[in-house]
Design a protein around this ligand. Structure first.
Ligand SMILES: *Cc1c(COP(=O)(O)O)cnc(C)c1O
Length: 427
């Protein structure tokens, strides 16, 4: 297999060697060294251009280096960067008003990374459970799903079932009950089994697990059951949110999102977790949204972050959310997602290397015809890269295909041709 790898330039080899020598080995990166990005494209240090089909795990939905978002960042960076929340700043309130109106919640709690926002949601849920629902202290349980991905902190990996993410990091945090994903009966059984259930944390589509789309109606039924049992329905939309799946939120139900989001009530989460594309990939910005009866349980000193809600984050997030609406990226994602999946299904009919195509909007995956632990999906991604398209395997034999949402129809067709050409090399 070695000979199918394109040769790296010595400049690339040098930079990769530096990361290997001086950096912790916590990622297995594809051997390409990028130095520039614009829209759907990135360029490596030798000037080779690629379509970015990972979009930094859906952080770059608005496209690389979007000028409006970068301008907002530069302008704010030259004015005021960080005050901490010890004082007020002139950007935060404006942003809080904007994002809560945008997503139709009473309040927001600003954080920086996705994992921090998930941690925030868990703490918020527990506090609500003790102070509002009346669960006895330290007895609250939160339901989570098998094969979830919610980040990498100690509490979050406590309820992961990815052994690589967990091994030798214990002891873990208690208070979580794991059920199969997309299994309403399992959810109902746990909700019925105890009066100490505080919340249900779920990804509307399981991204890292390989873009698992639950069956139609699953989320609405889950929300209804949670409501019936006075349990919070918590949606982790760090990856699915902000137009990625063809709607502003994957929990928008069937609304068309022409002008922002009137969440359909049947599916609107009690707590919404956002991150990644909330900044268009230019800055770490995350957020937890909820209504007053939940968010008001948090009092001064009980939670926070030095950088959370900083003026740059506030200015950047407003610009990033404006771009989503101005450029109708939810509609583009829905429209081009169908074209991409249709094209991939046609390729699958001609090439048995693809066994399955799935996804929603521009969050998609192909399943490669091999064992989960085989190297083939990695080799396919190496071929994609040689032909100018960057993607990465997720969980063995699945390859996620998630370009920036600013991609055009002719670019999607160009990419389908690249994908087919690369796959044909394995025939
Ligand atoms: C990426 C991701 C996270 C974690 O976000 P970080 O910014 O990497 O901490 C949490 N949940 C989901 C669904 C994600 O995709």
């Amino acid at each position: 297999m070695e000979q199918i790898h394109q040769r790296l330039s010595s400049k690339s080899e040098e930079l990769i060697a530096k990361e290997n020598q001086y950096g912790a080995h916590n990622y297995h990166s594809l051997p390409v060294v990028l130095e520039r990005g614009e829209g759907v494209y990135v360029w490596d240090i030798d000037g080779k251009k690629y379509f970015d089909f990972l979009s930094a795990y859906s952080a770059v939905n608005q496209g690389h280096c979007h000028p409006k978002i970068v301008d907002a960042m530069i302008k704010q960076a030259q004015t005021l960067t960080l005050t901490s929340r010890a004082f007020f700043n002139d950007q935060l309130g404006k942003y809080e008003e904007y994002i809560t109106n945008y997503f139709n919640f009473d309040k927001v709690l600003p954080m920086n990374t996705g994992a921090e926002a998930v941690e925030t949601a868990l703490k918020l849920c527990r506090k609500w459970a003790y102070e509002v629902k009346g669960i006895p202290e330290n007895q609250a349980q939160i339901i989570v799903c098998e094969n979830n991905f919610h980040g990498r902190t100690t509490t979050i990996i406590s309820f992961s079932n990815d052994e690589t993410a967990r091994k030798s990091f214990g002891p873990f945090t208690d208070g979580f009950i794991k059920i199969p994903y997309d299994d309403i009966e399992a959810l109902e059984n746990v909700l019925k089994s105890s009066t100490n259930i505080a919340g249900f944390l779920v990804e509307p589509i399981q991204g890292e697990a390989g873009v698992y789309v639950p069956s139609e109606g699953y989320l609405a039924k889950a929300k209804a059951l949670c409501k019936q049992h006075n349990t919070l329905f918590i949606a982790d939309e760090v990856q699915t949110g902000i137009a990625r799946t063809g709607r502003l939120l994957a929990t928008c139900g069937n609304c068309t999102c022409k002008n922002g989001c009137e969440n359909t009530p049947e599916i609107k989460p009690d707590i919404l977790i956002l991150g990644k594309a909330l900044s268009g990939g230019v800055y770490p910005v995350s957020a937890v949204l909820a209504n007053n009866e939940i968010m008001n349980v948090i009092k001064p000193g009980q939670h926070g972050s030095t950088f959370g809600g900083n003026p740059i984050a506030a200015a950047v997030a407003i610009a990033a959310l404006e771009v989503i609406k101005d450029e109708k990226l939810a509609d583009n994602s829905a429209y081009l997602g169908n074209i991409l999946r249709n094209g991939l299904n046609e390729i699958a009919q001609r090439n048995s290397l693809i066994t399955l195509v799935r996804g929603k909007g521009l969050l998609n995956a192909i399943v490669i015809n091999c064992e989960e632990n085989s190297n083939l999906a990695w080799e396919v991604c190496m071929k994609f890269s040689e032909y100018g398209l960057l993607a990465k395997p997720t969980h063995g034999n699945k390859i996620r295909l998630a370009p920036p949402l600013v991609i055009t129809e002719s670019q999607i067709n160009e990419c389908l041709a690249i994908i087919e050409k690369a796959l044909n090399d394995f025939k």
